[in-house]
Design a binder for this molecule. Structure first.
Ligand code: F3S
Length: 277
């Protein structure tokens, strides 16, 4: 049986990068959860002694603080540096970008409109880089209530849909002479879906790996199932049933954005065993 992984699966670039940075900084602590994955955070603690602290004041001079993928507010970063904490920045470069845009456009006198969720750590961080007149909207309807000055610049939360952002931009353009639009949406979220779709079209069995309550894994499984009726959503290799593979010649594999590589690897090994038996 042929076994093939989707072109894009599992952790995105930014998360993989942050994990590598944390692994390279043993005996440190991340300020806030490094990524949205409890298993991985536990593994970093166990194998690399990278702790997690939600409390800024717990970092003292000489300590090493790893900044999480979603970034932190500018004031908190300055505070850590002032206290002579050794700051290691694992903020995803796709998140650093809107922070920089916000800072620069704001200093040039633009009002800033951020499309995103005000309560999300990424947006709290991005917003903090604007000097004044920074507004966060969650939908195009909310744009109507904004009282903006003439020059406007806009950025979006990395995980937003481009169609929704277009609606916000259209509203801004209808009212303002100068609108600077920065497309800060990250495609990584959607790459796994496109790749699962393509692979499921070819495969006669699809295994989708990820937490049972992970919404993006469920979505991947449903995309796969539409193309390949023998698609299974599993969390661990133990859930695999040998009977699924009888008469199959091409097994496709995909995994949700919060599934660690070591789980994916153990599933592949189990399928290889079945295929050789
Ligand atoms: Fe991942 Fe960075 Fe995009 S964390 S989803 S690559 S913004």
């Amino acid at each position: 049986m042929k076994i093939e992984l989707a072109e894009s699966y599992g952790f995105c670039f930014g998360v993989k990068r942050a994990i590598k940075i944390a692994e390279e900084n043993k005996n440190s602590a991340t300020y806030g959860p490094l990524i949205h994955n409890a298993n991985e955070i536990e593994r970093l603690k166990r194998d690399f002694n990278v702790a997690l602290s939600e409390n800024l004041d717990s970092f003292k001079s000489g300590d090493t603080a790893v900044i999480r993928t979603h970034g932190i507010p500018k004031e908190e970063l300055s505070l850590l540096k002032q206290r002579e904490v050794n700051v290691i920045d694992a903020t995803c470069p796709y998140v650093t970008k809107p922070q920089q845009i916000c800072e620069e456009m704001s200093s040039q006198g633009y009002d800033i409109v951020i499309f995103g969720d005000e309560a999300h750590p990424e947006i709290k961080g991005v917003k903090s880089y604007g000097e004044t007149h920074v507004y966060v909207v969650n939908s195009a309807d909310e744009v109507d209530a904004l009282r903006l000055r003439e020059k406007v610049a806009t950025v979006a939360q990395t995980t937003r849909k481009v169609e929704d952002y277009q609606q916000i931009v259209a509203k801004l353009m209808a009212k303002h002479k100068e609108v600077r639009v920065f497309n800060t949406i990250c495609n990584a979220t959607f790459d796994n879906q496109d790749a699962a779709y393509k692979l499921a079209k070819e495969a006669d069995i699809m295994i989708v790996i990820g937490g049972k309550n992970s919404s993006n894994t469920k979505q991947l499984h449903s995309i796969a199932k539409d193309q390949c009726s023998d698609s299974y959503h599993i969390e661990t290799p133990e859930e695999i049933d040998v009977a699924w593979f009888v008469g199959k010649i091409f097994c496709g594999i995909s995994a949700g954005a919060s599934t660690p590589d070591w789980i994916i690897q153990s599933v592949i090994e189990r399928i290889q065993q079945i295929s050789h038996s």
